[in-house]
Write a protein that binds this ligand. Structure first.
Ligand SMILES: [Zn+2]
Length: 100
């Protein structure tokens, strides 16, 4: 499920790009505490109670399911490969997957 509109003030805390949508790996809508990945710089981020984002800490990732951790890691790898190939994420959706 995609979350739109509730992320008006969501910026990646690392690259400061504005993120206006998120896609959940499950069918659930991202909620406070959900872990996501910035589609621009591949930083792990966490939704806060006001749906802004902060950079994820190791303990945020500790309790992810194995499936969620792998999905997010694959997404991070894909972003790094795009950057390594010199591609820009032009036209790509400005959001990444989110794990509960
Ligand atoms: Zn970023």
């Amino acid at each position: 499920m995609r979350l739109r509109g509730g992320m008006k003030n969501a910026r990646c805390p690392a690259c400061l790009k504005r993120l206006d949508a998120a896609t959940s790996l499950s069918s659930a809508t991202p909620a406070p505490g959900s872990v996501s990945v910035c589609a621009y710089c591949a930083t792990y981020v966490v939704f806060q109670t006001d749906m802004t984002l902060r950079q994820a800490r190791p303990e945020d990732l500790e309790y992810l399911s194995l499936t969620a951790a792998i999905e997010l890691a694959l997404y991070v790898q894909m972003i790094h490969r795009l950057h390594a190939a010199g591609d820009r994420i032009i036209g790509a959706k400005p959001h990444g997957p989110t794990a509960e």
